[in-house]
Design a protein around this ligand. Sequence first.
Ligand code: CUA
Length: 320
Amino acid sequence: MVSTAALLAGCSHKSPSMLDAKGSEASRIAGIWWLMFALAIGVYVVVAGCITLSILRGRRRRAGTASRRSEGLWLWLGGLVGPVIVLLVIAVVTVQTTAALRKPGRDPLRVDVAGEDWWWRVHYTGTSIDTANEIHLPTGRPIEIRLTSDNVVHSFWVPQLAGKMDVIPGQRNTLRFTVNKPGVYRGQCAEFCGLQHANMAFWVIAESPGLFERWLTDHANPTLEPASETAAQGQVVFQRQACAGCHTIRGTTARGTRGPDLTDFGSRRSIGSGAADNTPANLRQWITDAPSIKPGVLMPPITLSGADARSIVAYLESLK
Ligand code: CUA
């Protein structure tokens, strides 16, 4: 009882629950969960009832020859027929649901997502838009997330929208779902993939089709001019330092592809796939010493003067 209470306490309102479904596929999966829950309760009640009954009656009626036949019948019913019926119901519903989840929708929006060590590379198929760790999607339209990896196995999971799907090197898996309600949905890598597996979070930002189209247009043509003099200085430092060798900022000479595309960095919620909130102070620490926030991260510490660090932070935070 105590351990159950402790487990339930872990399901705070902040962590996404697959039972709080906001996508068509997640709703189907939650449906199976409730069916299995109901069946489990049914089985529990019957078994517990039988045990109680047998304890109450056991002392009075020692196993005589008269009750042998009915005992045999109960064994067949409870031991074979009952479980077969229960498992058959679950099997049929599961196969039906799995088939429904795989069915392609009409006119899907395709997004290519690659699992990296330890972040998510996002590309909108057929556009020039690249981003990382945040996926903007429209509501009400079928989505196809095409998953790849060139390193280890990851697993893409947004509990409120769809089931888990493995991200496997050398193979492209397609996850299909439709978001029913606008909102920000947390996702998480769900396959142990190394030291920073826990810090491989991402967010799906679901908006109405109109808002999403606007986002798409804005991001196809990102703002090129730095917002302030400090930011302009930051752009110069960014391109002079090692940063541009690993990161792309579209519309500039920064074209590195090892690390995340930073074209809309200022609009992101987190730094390092959920390792820290995206605040100027955290960003400054990240730029100068990323491993102190996310041990094992590929980005090395960078030595910068105070003024240079300040200007890069101003520049990156201005990229929306
Ligand atoms: Cu990627 Cu766990």
